[in-house]
Design a protein around this ligand. Sequence first.
Ligand SMILES: C[S@@+](CC[C@H](N)C(=O)[O-])C[C@H]1O[C@@H](n2cnc3c(N)ncnc32)[C@H](O)[C@@H]1O
Length: 318
Amino acid sequence: MARAWGFWTRWKLEILANYLDAFSTAASGLSERVYLDLFAGEADNIDRDTGEPLRGSAEVALDVKDPPFTRLRFIELEHAEELRQELAPKMAGRDAQVLEGNCNEIIVDVLEALRSQKWAPTFAFLDPNGPDYSWSTLVALAGFKKGSPYKVELWILFPEPMFVRFLRVDGGTVRPEDRERISAMFGTDTWVRIYEARLSRGLTPSEARGEYVNLMRWRLENVLGYRWTHTFEVRTERDKPIYHMIFATDNEAGNDIMTYLYNRAAREFPKMRLEVIDRKKGYTEQRLFEDVDRDRALYEYEPPLPPFGGPERSSANN
Ligand SMILES: C[S@@+](CC[C@H](N)C(=O)[O-])C[C@H]1O[C@@H](n2cnc3c(N)ncnc32)[C@H](O)[C@@H]1O
C-alpha cells in the first residue's frame, strides 16, 4: 500500500530534485557523480493532501538527467526488495544498487566499494523517520574523500522535536535506549546540558530545540570540518515543528545553491501551508499572495554558536 506523506515531504523532495539537478550540472565536467541515499524508503508514495503520487528520493536521484549520476547506492532496512523491484526499469544498465541493511552498519563497506571513485563529487541524503543515524556514519561520510578539497555533501533530516518528546520534563522516566540513540546521533553526551536546562526551566521547549540543532551544526562544522552548514525548519500545516533539514558542504557552489533554495523555501513554504489549510477547509479559490519584498533575503547563513553550556570536552568530540 502506498505511504501517504504530508505536504512538507513534497517540499523536501522538490528541494532535493532542484539541488541534485544543480549539483550534477555543476559537476558535469567530471566523469563521475555519486549519489548515496542512506534511508531510501519505499517504492510507493503519495501526497496525502492531493492524493497524487510522489517520487521517492531514490527515484528523484535516478531521474536527474543533465548529466545523470554515474553511481547510485540506495540503502534501505525494511523495504529494500520492493524498492529494488519498483526501481528496476530505471536502474537497468546503470551502476545503481539497492542495498539491504542498516546504513550505520554497512556504510563503511559501501564507501569502501566506491573507493576508486573517491575523488568524484558525492552527495549523501539522510532522511530517517527518527534519530536513526549515528555520528559514526557522519564521520565515515565526511572522511571518505580525505585528501580532496571537498567532503561528501550531506543533506540530513534532524528530528529535534522528537528529542524534546523523549526527554520528559514532567517527572516521567526517560528510557535509556532513547538517551543512547540521542548520544549516538550527536557522537557525544554534551546534549545533556540542554536537557538539564530544560529540567530546571532555564530553556523553553523551543529554545531547547534551537540548541539541539545548533549543537549538531556546530559539530558538523567544528568537529567534522564542514565549511558551511545550513538549516531550515519544517513545520506542519498546524505550525507544529517536525524537523530541521541540515545541509553541510565545503563547496562554494553548493553553498550558494542551497542558500538560494532555502531562501526560496522561506518564501514558498508558508504559502504551501496555507494552500493545504485552504484545501482542508474546502476553499477552492486560489489565494493571491502578495510578494512585496521579493528581493529581500529571508534566509541567510549564520555560523552556529558555541554549544550551550560551554566548550565540549575534547574526549567526547569524535
Ligand atoms: C522517511 S523514510 C525515507 C523516505 C525516502 N528518503 C524518500 O524520500 O522516499 C525512512 C526509511 O528509512 C528506513 N530505515 C530506518 N532505519 C534505517 C537504517 N538504520 N538504515 C537504513 N534504512 C533505515 C525505513 O525503513 C524507511 O523506509
